[in-house]
Design a protein around this ligand. Structure first.
Ligand code: CTP
Length: 394
């Protein structure tokens, strides 16, 4: 859930709708957010600071702290988002004019986090030209306004001015946090089997389906990475990453070299053909000409990139082994200067599941039999984000 571990500063100003914020704080806390409540002086007449403290499990700032520089700057700096709910007409006027006679307004002025404002008031006050002018100003400051709902108001009027349901406020918070979230960095992923031409119709290739690479791309996108896929096969349309199509090992190597410098990791899932045809032909060869073919070793892409690898960059290889898997994989880690290698077996080709071993350069290993999606998530956690839970050391 997107609110997990997010720091939300909730400013409550003095309107009758303030009582609804006890439930709002309770819901936000249940979703994993760390909520710090800052009440205006008038707000504490409408809602109990003690209830809010119990729901948020944090100290409540109730307007007496104005002038305690450290607290309001600390809160402003630590905020992932600032929400003012309910915001009275009076607070809209203060916010629009940069007035700061209470701690919550200091926080709004000091923060670099997105600010969301949920006004609630009598419908005539909501429509007053002065309120409308303040709203226009607030929008210019890039504050997001959650429009009040219409209905029977506490003052007895029927019209627009009710604080929207907590679900709507939570949705807006999530949207704003999503817009504000920055990419965690760029991950380069190679996919598919390279194809080395023999002639106009034939080629050397292998059984790689690209499914593991695509699962990794999906999981990396979900985890907020920027993804660049260098692929020999068509990428499913649900994967909204940058895609570079290539065919041969040389083309794949050139594309990866271009993209590697500003990437934080390369996950080399592609099955690169070990050899290409030295004397391939643009024409179709007759069968008696095929016996004259000469093989030439392809460049080892991982080895080539390892030579330019910077200390913060991670190189992760894949390897299909049928015997002495661990020993072979260990020597590939050394030879190609890898941070980790994923050992696969032949049953993984084209399948949605796989039995793998994640082997890291410090010899830690983890065995996993699962769907490629689950495996992809674990590879990201373990090899890129360095989460622990490694099962054994060999
Ligand atoms: N690889 C590469 N360039 C190549 C061959 C392989 O970058 N020319 C990468 C693969 O994408 C994979 C890793 O190296 O991530 C290990 O591939 P594998 O085929 O097991 O390694 P090889 O060095 O080709 O070893 P082998 O002799 O077992 O084929």
């Amino acid at each position: 859930m997107f609110l997990k571990n997010k720091t939300i500063i909730l400013g409550i100003t003095g309107g009758i709708a303030a009582y609804k914020t006890v439930d709002l704080v309770s819901q936000l806390t249940k979703l994993g957010a760390n909520v710090h409540v800052c009440l205006s002086k008038n707000a504490s007449k409408f809602v109990s600071p003690l209830s809010l403290e119990v729901m948020s499990t944090n100290k409540i700032y109730s307007g007496q702290e104005q002038g305690e520089e450290i607290d309001h700057i600390k809160l402003a700096d630590n905020a992932d988002i600032v929400l003012i709910a309910p915001a009275t007409a009076n607070s809209l006027a203060k916010l629009a004019n940069g007035l700061s006679d209470e701690m919550i307004f200091d926080i709004v002025l000091a923060t670099k986090a997105p600010v969301i404002i949920a006004p609630a008031m009598n419908s005539n006050m909501w429509q007053h030209p002065s309120t409308l002018a303040n709203l226009e100003k607030l929008e210019k400051f890039n504050y997001q306004i959650i429009e009040p709902d219409s209905g029977l108001l506490a003052c007895g009027h029927i019209g627009q001015g009710r604080l929207p349901d907590n679900e709507i406020i939570i949705q807006k918070l999530i949207q704003a946090l999503n817009q504000n979230s920055k990419s965690k960095g760029k991950i380069l992923i190679s996919a598919g089997a390279t194809r080395e031409a023999i002639d106009a119709v034939r080629f050397i290739s292998n059984k790689s389906s690209g499914k593991m690479a695509f699962a990794l791309a999906r999981e990396a996108l979900k985890a907020n990475y920027e993804v660049v896929l260098v692929s020999t096969i068509e990428v499913p349309s649900d994967i909204k990453s940058q895609i570079i199509y290539v065919e041969t090992a040389d083309e794949m190597c050139a594309a990866l070299k271009k993209e590697f410098d500003d990437s934080q990791a390369l996950i080399m899932v592609a099955a690169v053909a070990d050899y290409k045809i030295k004397n391939s032909s643009d024409q179709k060869l007759a069968k008696n000409e095929l016996s004259n073919l000469e093989l030439e070793k392809n460049i080892d892409i991982l080895e080539a990139l390892a030579a330019t690898k910077q200390a913060h960059q991670k190189l992760i290889g894949f390897s299909v082994e049928t015997n002495d898997a661990l020993e072979k994989a260990k020597s590939k880690i050394k030879k190609k200067n890898l941070d980790a290698i994923i050992i696969n077996n032949t049953s993984a080709f084209g399948a949605d599941t796989a039995d793998i071993i994640i082997l890291k350069k410090d010899n830690q290993q983890e065995t996993l039999s699962a769907s490629k999606n689950i495996i992809a998530k674990r590879i990201l956690e373990s090899c890129i984000e360095n989460s622990h839970d490694i099962i054994s050391v060999v």
